[in-house]
Design a protein around this ligand. Structure first.
Ligand code: S3P
Length: 454
């Protein structure tokens, strides 16, 4: 299917592949701040666009995925302006006030934009067509089509429940109570966003907790939302619909998923000491740091505070002798996006690291289990790919061989993970196309080079 629509709304990264070789550059030293949290940035734009009045956002991630959300909210009537680096002003249309977009909504590479906006459109009397790049057009949308169909919305999707697809919303929609069959914050959020403009109570039942930014931010905007944990430890999230959202000032913390890249680079590279400031420490996101610590990583946290309803800290990482561990499958949702770079750390640790319960990694921006297994093997790591995880026997701190070219397959985190791996390989690592990095971390290469020079 076409990934570039002549009348589309959204930004896309260039079509020319940009290869880059990453080689050993000595110790990493210094202090950096990573861009704003991607999940929170999407939600800040969406909820501000649904409040009545002016919201201000600082620290917004200005990556392609978030810009796709901004373009789509503009196409549906919100006024969204950039007033400085990471500083944005949004005049919302009010819950229920979204307008029919004139052209297809181009979601680029962004699954979060697509799934959350499908929820918003579903409960408005509008229809919208969603298109995206080759990676996004392979990803399953049935997981949001199923619950949103129960609210009365209608979907016409490409075969396999994929993009391009059209949503015809219904207003008033029907409130639902839905038990999540997959641990997915995107599915949870799509249902809650549909519930905003739906009369009555919308309930999401979440047996396995996932990132709770939507719940925190909806409450922050004044929505009537409650979370009850039942006797079995299952979360029941209930939202009273036809909400009125109050405009907010939102400070977006740094993305813990982005911070993981310089932190792992420091842990595997002798002599390194790196501090990443202002990192989001929401416990639904920090599994990577807990698991690295379990491997022996020297991480210290300072300046712990709360910013915009989210815990934040500065993290200092020093080069460490890492030891392999068994990652319990229940940790997976709190480090779901960090497994690619975690596998890099494991491939350089002492001993065996095992992971399981990671089926979801096969339907991210790429099949991350397959790409990490073949890519790490190509640079000399000992990896076994299982259906739902990888088993990795580490090098014991020795550099890997390197020398291979890795296909990033339109996946920013694959590209960044191998950029980090290249720092501790005898012959470096070439990534065939680093342009996908712009979806979440446009300053990544400059930041890494700066830490290497310091
Ligand atoms: C996200 C949820 C996760 C994550 C993605 C962002 C979100 O996806 O992988 O990068 O912002 O809600 P799933 O909900 O599919 O697990």
């Amino acid at each position: 299917m076409a990934s570039h629509h002549p009348q589309s709304t959204g930004p896309m990264h260039g079509t020319d592949p940009r290869p880059q070789t990453f080689t050993r550059s000595g110790a990493f030293r210094g202090t950096v701040r990573v861009p704003g949290d991607k999940s929170i940035s999407h939600r800040a734009l969406m909820l501000s666009a649904l409040a009545v009045g002016e919201s201000r956002i600082t620290g917004l991630l200005e990556g392609e995925d978030v810009l796709a959300t901004a373009a789509a909210m503009r196409a549906m009537g919100a006024q969204i302006e950039r007033s400085g680096k990471g500083e944005w002003t949004v005049h919302g249309v009010g819950v229920g006030g979204l307008l029919q977009p004139a052209t297809a909504l181009d979601m680029g590479n962004s699954g979060t934009s697509t799934r959350l906006l499908m929820g918003l459109v579903a409960a408005h009397a509008i229809s919208a067509t969603f298109i995206g790049d080759a990676s996004l057009s392979k990803r399953p949308m049935g997981r949001v089509i199923d619950p949103l169909s129960l609210t009365g919305a209608e979907f016409t999707a490409s075969p396999g429940g994929r993009l391009p697809l059209m949503v015809r919303g219904l207003c008033p929609a029907v409130p639902i109570s839905y038990r999540l069959p997959v641990a997915s914050a995107q599915v949870k959020s799509a249902i809650l966003l549909a519930g905003l403009n739906t009369p009555g109570i919308t309930e999401v039942i979440e047996p396995v907790p996932t990132r709770d930014h939507s719940e925190r931010m909806l409450a922050g905007f004044g929505a009537d939302l409650s979370v009850e944990i039942d006797a079995d430890g299952v979360r029941h999230i209930r939202l009273v619909g036809e909400a009125e959202l109050e405009p907010q000032q939102i400070e977006v913390p740094g993305d813990p998923s982005s911070a993981a890249f310089p932190i792992v680079a420091a842990l595997i590279t002798p002599g390194s000491e790196v501090t990443v400031t202002h990192v989001g420490m929401n416990p639904t996101r920090t599994g990577i740091y807990k698991m690295l610590e379990a491997m022996g990583a020297d991480l210290t946290y300072s300046n712990e505070r709360v910013v915009g309803g989210e815990p934040v800290a500065d993290i200092t990482a020093r080069h460490s002798a890492l030891t392999g561990i068994d990652v319990p499958p229940d940790v997976a949702p709190s480090m779901i996006d960090e497994f690619p770079v975690f596998f890099v750390a494991a491939s350089m640790a002492q001993g065996r690291t095992t992971t399981s319960g990671l089926d979801e990694l096969r339907v991210k921006e790429s099949d991350r289990l397959a790409l990490m297994a073949t890519g790490l093997a190509a640079i000399g790591a000992k990896v076994e790919e299982r259906e739902d995880g990888l088993i990795i026997d580490g090098s014991g701190g020795e550099p890997l061989e390197g020398g291979a070219t890795i296909a990033s397959a339109l996946d920013h985190r694959i590209a960044m993970s191998f950029a980090v791996a290249g720092q501790h390989c005898y012959h470096g690592v070439t990534v065939d196309d680093v342009s996908p990095i712009a979806t979440s971390f446009p300053t990544f290469e400059v930041m890494l080079a700066g830490l290497a020079r310091a």
